[in-house]
Structure formats: structure tokens, C-alpha cells
Unconditional design. Structure first.
Length: 219
């Protein structure tokens, strides 16, 4: 498998959520709750081998591990789309973003998902999300990624995804205006624990995830 360059997160590597979703599908773990642990930044436009729940590059370097887990992530409560739009208007990444070219939440990506999670008064994040024409399970994983990160990202303290367990209940239709929500639920040291959910235009729960984000060294 190959992660196309357009699905980047930090410069030169794949967006964590999209890559994790692609790895879950490639390893046959896209039913139920799949947990993906990223061992290296996912390389772009690079052939990767997938075997027995492990993703490796051409040199044999372990990129990710995938397994099925029993614990279903708890959903983050939804908000209406107008509340999500108001939150997104105050998205901190519009003025200070560690990776402004991120496919999911980067303001410089006119061709990205443009999910801009802003903070609500209770600490949750929320953002509207319009499903693209080529929506697939990896798209839902991507939409479940950055809304969790922005529950902990702060100026001068960037985080990247380390582990993510997600279940995709249903795919939105192309053009559907959905709402993504996220919340921080704990952490210690450089690790932050978050949960995220994605809701369809009718309020139906489309997917939910729990994730561990890692603060970059020196941050």
C-alpha cells in the first residue's frame, strides 16, 4: 500500500488519522474496533508492506501495528451545526498552527477536509465537516483525528497522534454536512488522552474514537 502525498499531516508524513484508517483497512481490521499504534511517522508515496497486523517500509522498519480491541470508545456528546460553525470561527489554528498544510485541519489546504475544531465553553471542541466526494472509512478516521488533538494543542506545544482506536458506524454521503466533536479526558507527561465523535446531518453517530497524542520533544 501507499499513502499518497496529498494525505499529509506534518510535513513529509501522513496525517495520523487518515493513515491509521488506511492501515486498519489494509490489515483487515476495519470491522469492529480497530486500534492502530503509529511507531514511526507514516511515510508518503512510499511502498509499504502489510502482514499479520504490521505495516513496514521497504527496509523492514516497523511503521504501525494494528489489532482489534473489545472496548468501544465512548462517544463525545454532539452539538448542532450552528454551534459547531461558531466554534470553528474561533479555531486557534487559523492564526497559530504547527502544521498549516495538514490535510485534515490545515488552513492552507484548500483541497483538504478543512475541519477547524474550536473550543466550546465546556472544553470540548467542535467543527462542521462537509464529506468529500471520495468519502471512505479512512476519511472518517481522519475526521475523528484532529478534533481530539485540538483539545490539547496549545501555542508552542504541538502534538502528534500516537495511537488511535476507532469504530466507523456508517459513512456520510458525499456533501453531507457533519459535526465532529472532541474532548481531552486525561494524560500524563507528554501523553494526552482524548475522545472524538462524528455525527451526520441527522444527528446519527457515524464514528467514535479514543486516542493518545504525544507532545513533540522540546515543546
Amino acid at each position: 500500500m501507499i499513502i499518497p502525498a496529498r494525505f499529509n499531516g506534518p510535513p513529509g508524513s501522513g496525517n495520523g488519522g487518515w493513515s491509521a484508517g488506511a492501515f486498519a483497512g489494509a490489515t483487515g481490521h476495519d470491522g469492529g474496533v480497530a486500534e492502530v499504534t503509529l511507531r514511526q511517522p507514516p511515510p508518503l508515496d512510499t511502498p509499504l508492506t502489510v502482514d499479520a497486523g504490521e505495516v513496514r517500509d521497504h527496509d523492514g522498519l516497523l511503521i504501525a501495528q494494528v489489532r482489534t480491541v473489545d472496548e468501544v470508545p465512548e462517544a463525545v456528546p454532539p452539538v448542532d451545526v450552528e454551534t459547531a460553525r461558531t466554534a470553528a470561527a474561533a479555531y486557534p489554528g487559523l492564526v497559530d498552527h504547527p502544521f498549516p498544510g495538514c490535510y485534515v485541519c490545515g488552513p492552507e489546504r484548500a483541497d483538504g477536509l478543512r475541519i477547524f475544531p474550536g473550543r466550546l465553553a465546556d472544553g470540548r471542541t467542535a467543527a462542521p465537516f462537509t464529506a468529500p466526494a471520495d468519502v471512505d472509512p479512512a476519511t472518517v478516521w481522519a475526521a475523528l483525528d484532529c478534533p481530539g488533538g485540538w483539545a490539547v494543542i496549545a501555542p508552542g506545544r504541538p502534538y502528534v497522534l500516537g495511537r488511535m482506536a476507532a469504530v466507523v458506524d456508517a459513512l456520510p454521503a458525499p456533501g453531507d454536512e457533519c459535526v465532529a466533536t472532541g474532548v481531552a479526558v486525561g494524560g500524563e507527561g507528554r501523553k494526552a488522552l482524548v475522545r472524538t465523535s462524528l455525527y451526520g446531518p441527522d444527528g446519527r453517530l457515524l464514528g467514535r474514537a479514543r486516542a493518545t497524542w504525544i507532545a513533540l520533544p522540546g515543546a
